[in-house]
Write a new protein. Sequence first.
Length: 54
Amino acid sequence: MEASVETKKSTVRHWVSFVIWMGVLATLMVVYREFFWLALPGAITSFARGMDLL
């Protein structure tokens, strides 16, 4: 049981990255709507890593 806790990866940095990307997305939606799609890959990738899907 203890070994599984040690082998589990920490996803905190991926969640922090996701929050930052969401801030970038929100900013782009307000300021530069035409560049909104440029931040989508970073947000989606960091969300998937935070959920431990990748």
